[in-house]
Design a protein around this ligand. Structure first.
Ligand code: GLN
Length: 245
């Protein structure tokens, strides 16, 4: 049986608002598509072999967890960009997404150095950006909605023109609550503030990652999974978010 291997970085530290559910969702869907899914936890001081991974995942974390992982993360920088350039899918949520940029500064001025892989930075303010979020993104040329929950003090600013956001905010705050952008998308990497967790109520995003992982191995997803309940949850969330002021 073909297998898809996912590196789950710092599962014990970087996991906010159900982010672990993204792994449960991918594991189940991959199994339902007829492949084996292996999730490899990568903790502090453990090596990561990027070349052996079909996908890389890291959930969100507060300033405390970000501080705990940041030095170790800087040591794990080598090799990451290379596989991303090669099209390996990656999902980085909240505090993990912030660390892809040059820095995260909290509201007292403490600064955590990021990987600096992309031209953006994050500066936090005392007032947090909290609530349900609805964005519009484009997958395979089609406009699609994405629903979830966000809770961050950080305001992320992408260098205009050089980076593509993951989507456009319809309701909620997104990167900074001002410019209407949410997250980043580069090749098959998505950085986002969307928790919830993201994938169970957005099965099209889960399948985006699985399709990309499979395609790199010359595989195609043959079946269509029965996503009636998932889409019901998605539509209910969407209606609820749209009706909020
Ligand atoms: N610590 C970060 C912030 O509050 C990220 C929190 C999160 O992962 N949502 O900005």
């Amino acid at each position: 049986m073909e297998k898809l291997i996912i590196a789950h970085m710092y599962p014990d530290l970087m996991d906010l608002y159900g982010d672990r559910g993204n792994m449960i969702c991918l594991e189940k869907r991959i199994r339902d598509y007829g492949y084996k899914c292996i999730i490899i936890p990568v903790r502090l001081n453990e090596d990561i072999h990027y070349q052996e991974m079909d996908m890389i995942y890291m959930g969100g974390g507060s300033l405390r967890e970000q501080k705990l992982v940041s030095d170790d993360l800087l040591q794990k920088a080598e090799g990451f960009k290379e596989v991303i350039e090669d099209g390996v899918p990656a999902l980085l949520v909240g505090g993990a997404y912030q660390l892809l940029g040059s820095y995260y500064r909290d509201d007292s001025g403490n600064t955590i150095k990021g990987w600096g892989l992309f031209d953006f930075y994050t500066e936090a303010q005392n007032e947090r950006l909290i609530g349900n979020i609805l964005i519009e993104t484009e997958i395979e040329g089609e406009k699609r909605s994405v629903v979830g929950f966000e809770n961050h003090g950080g305001r992320t600013w992408l260098k205009t023109g050089s980076l593509q956001p993951f989507g456009t905010v319809i309701k909620g705050f997104g990167n900074n609550g001002q410019d209407g952008s949410e997250g980043i998308k580069y090749k098959n990497l998505i950085g986002t503030y969307i928790h919830g967790p993201l994938l169970p109520s957005n099965p099209h995003i889960a399948d985006y990652f699985i399709t990309a992982m499979a395609a790199r191995k010359g595989l195609r997803l043959l079946e269509h999974l029965d996503d009636e309940l998932e889409w019901l949850a998605h539509e209910q969330s969407k209606m609820k978010i749209l009706s909020q002021r």
